[in-house]
Design a protein around this ligand. Structure first.
Ligand SMILES: *Cc1c(COP(=O)(O)O)cnc(C)c1O
Length: 375
């Protein structure tokens, strides 16, 4: 699905140099590398404040804590997503309120968000799925109208740009009240372990995130609030500084690979190529096609591709309300029809910065043959 080996080989001398710099400094926690990385990512994100932390799930938890989320607050979140945003709501004792997603972009359905708002609603988490932004213009106006907070989970969409008809624009994570991201190795900006960050244009919120990350402490051994221990290692920061310099090229390589897939796959019956939201650029964390359910399901095609040694993945094979851990939310089958349908139709193909035209042609040919078996 990804080719981390190939990507690392292309920047190996700079990576070796970065790691050696950290070893020579013996500064493994905090220090110059972490500070410089935060500043450099801030520049990439048009000056928003960046607070690094241990991973993208922590980033979400810290963001909710900074916004003052408390027990029994309701937080609206999509039913079709990676588990992290739902998990952290539950961990803080708040209540995840699920809503469905749009069938074309897979992003949170804004009308459903507005219908789900009650007087207990504290915030909504928009997950910018697979690399393009949710409809931030609509979400911002809903959030403003109902006085609720807007969180952007941009773990899959770092550097994606939102821009709508009303000229509301900005990079993913900098538009709502607070954004979060992950540097998990396979993300568009990935390190060699775990890492994450919280992004915000509010200096007050940024300060609060920093305090929470550091055991709720601004002055050593003085704890003004309940915090956590969540840090980006200096070695990971040094590695990320190298990778950040290449992020534009990485995203461009992904876009180019996506365009090649489009032209190879568009004519195959039963396959829908990824829809592009005209209000967002796409950084293709995933290239996710849909298999026409009247032909077959995603699992069958995945198995067929596997026989030809082609990896593919179903993100996500079950919506949140079908997960055992969240049975207590008391949803039932049929509550989120789009999410339920997507879990049976979506299929993500190999997508990374090193994908060659030959590889993609091979994948497209095998995919065509796989589909033919059911037609
Ligand atoms: C990867 C991911 C996360 C979690 O990131 P970790 O660093 O693995 O904790 C959260 N949300 C989304 C949408 C993700 O894709």
């Amino acid at each position: 699905m990804v080719d981390l080996e190939g990507q690392t080989a292309s920047i190996r001398p700079q990576i070796d140099e970065a790691i050696a710099r950290v070893l020579d400094s013996s500064r493994y926690i905090g220090g110059e590398e972490v500070m410089s990385f935060e500043n450099e990512l801030s520049t990439e994100l048009d000056g928003a404040f960046v607070t690094s932390c241990a991973n993208g799930t922590d980033a979400l938890q810290i963001a909710l804590m900074a916004l003052g989320v408390e027990t029994d607050d309701e937080i609206i979140v999509p039913a079709f997503t990676f588990i992290s945003p739902v998990e952290v709501i539950a961990l803080l004792g708040a209540k995840p309120v699920l809503v469905d997603v749009y069938p074309d972009t897979f992003n949170i359905d804004c009308e459903a968000v507005e219908s789900a708002i009650t007087d207990r609603t504290k915030a909504v988490i928009a997950v910018h799925l697979f690399g393009q932004c949710a409809d931030m213009g609509k979400l911002c106006s809903i959030a403003k109208k109902h006085d609720i907070k807007l969180i952007e989970d941009t773990a899959q969409a770092i550097s994606s740009i939102y821009c709508d008809e009303k000229n509301m624009s900005g990079k993913a994570g900098t538009i709502g009240d607070i954004g979060t991201t992950s540097f998990f190795p396979s993300k568009n900006l990935g390190c060699f372990g775990d890492g994450g960050a919280i992004i915000t244009t509010s200096e007050t919120l940024a300060q609060s995130c920093q305090t929470i990350c550091n055991h709720g402490s601004e002055i050593r051994y003085s704890h003004s609030e309940v915090g956590v221990n969540s840090r980006l290692d200096s070695i990971q920061a040094a590695i990320l500084r190298v990778k950040l310099k290449n992020l534009k090229d990485y995203n461009q390589a992904r876009r180019q690979a996506a365009a090649r897939y489009d032209s190879l796959l568009e004519s195959i019956p039963g396959i829908t190529v990824p829809h592009r939201n005209k209000r967002s650029s796409h950084v293709f964390h995933q290239y996710t096609i849909q298999i026409d359910p009247s032909i077959t399901d995603n699992k069958s095609i995945k198995e067929e591709l596997q026989l030809a040694d082609i990896p593919s993945a179903i993100y996500y094979p079950a919506p949140i309300h079908e997960q055992k851990a969240y049975n207590l939310l008391d949803y039932k089958e049929g509550d989120f029809p789009v999410s339920e349908k997507l879990s049976k139709t979506v299929l993500s193909l190999p997508m990374h910065t090193e994908l060659s035209a030959e590889q993609q042609e091979y994948i497209a040919d095998r995919l065509k043959e796989a589909i033919k078996k059911w037609i």
